[in-house]
Ligand binder design. Structure first.
Ligand SMILES: O=C(O)CCC(=O)C(=O)O
Ligand SMILES: [Fe+2]
Length: 212
């Protein structure tokens, strides 16, 4: 018999942390941000294969990737050349409340998952501040979030995350593989179709990039 998967230390799940009005305010902030920082589809390093999700960012830094230069943080949008929009106060507050870190977050990656989008198992490695948690906010359709251990291919477990839920990847969990297996289309009415054709899910991840 194999042992059941046990969640890594530093993994926290806060279901329903943001109520519906707070979720709607965050989505409005994403929509406002896309006026100067439109969603774009980044490409994998070397192969140039497009990612399954569309992305944009809030904050002084944004996570980007392309064929030539690979994964990194940049202060400007790769297509418009404009600085990323400011992080919403509600996200700075979330960081204050749950990051347990003596400096502000520098980046908030915004992922837009279409109903058929996924995110392969990975560890977020591009931050020098490896001691800072990553805080993740789910908005829109439900998704199956998978978490494993520090080694690729190890045991994993999954939870279904819903709109308004927050996941904290701190401590050991910060260095654990995680990904999104699937989206459950049509399980939320939060995303306005005019701004998000086809619907789907928005995920926000708050990160400290540089050591304070
Ligand atoms: O969408 C999610 O819940 C996870 C996103 C993620 O792991 C990432 O952006 O690095
Ligand atoms: Fe991640």
């Amino acid at each position: 018999m194999t042992a059941p998967f046990s969640l890594p230390d530093g993994f926290r799940y806060l279901p329903g942390h943001f109520d519906r009005p707070a979720q709607a305010a965050l989505i409005e902030a994403v929509i406002a941000a896309t006026r100067t920082a439109p969603f774009w589809r980044p490409a994998m390093p070397r192969t140039g294969q497009p990612l399954s999700v569309m992305m944009t960012n809030f904050g002084p830094l944004g996570w980007v990737t392309d064929k030539a230069k690979g994964y990194r943080y940049e202060s400007h949008h790769p297509q418009t050349g404009q600085a990323w929009p400011q992080m919403p106060l509600a996200l700075l507050q979330l960081w204050q409340d749950f990051a347990d870190y003596p400096a502000a977050p520098e980046a908030c990656l915004v992922n837009w998952y279409a109903p058929d989008s996924r995110m392969g198992m990975h560890i977020d490695w591009d931050e020098a501040a490896t001691d800072a948690a990553v805080l993740s906010v789910s908005l829109g359709d439900k998704a199956r979030f998978r978490i494993g251990g520090p080694q690729r291919g190890g045991k994993t477990g999954s939870i279904v995350v819903s709109s308004g839920d927050v996941v904290v990847l701190g401590g050991a969990a910060r260095r654990c593989y995680h990904g999104v297996d699937r989206i459950y289309p049509g399980t939320s009415t939060l995303l306005p179709p005019a701004a998000f054709p086809g619907g789907g899910r928005i995920n926000l991840t708050l990160r400290r990039v540089n050591l304070p």
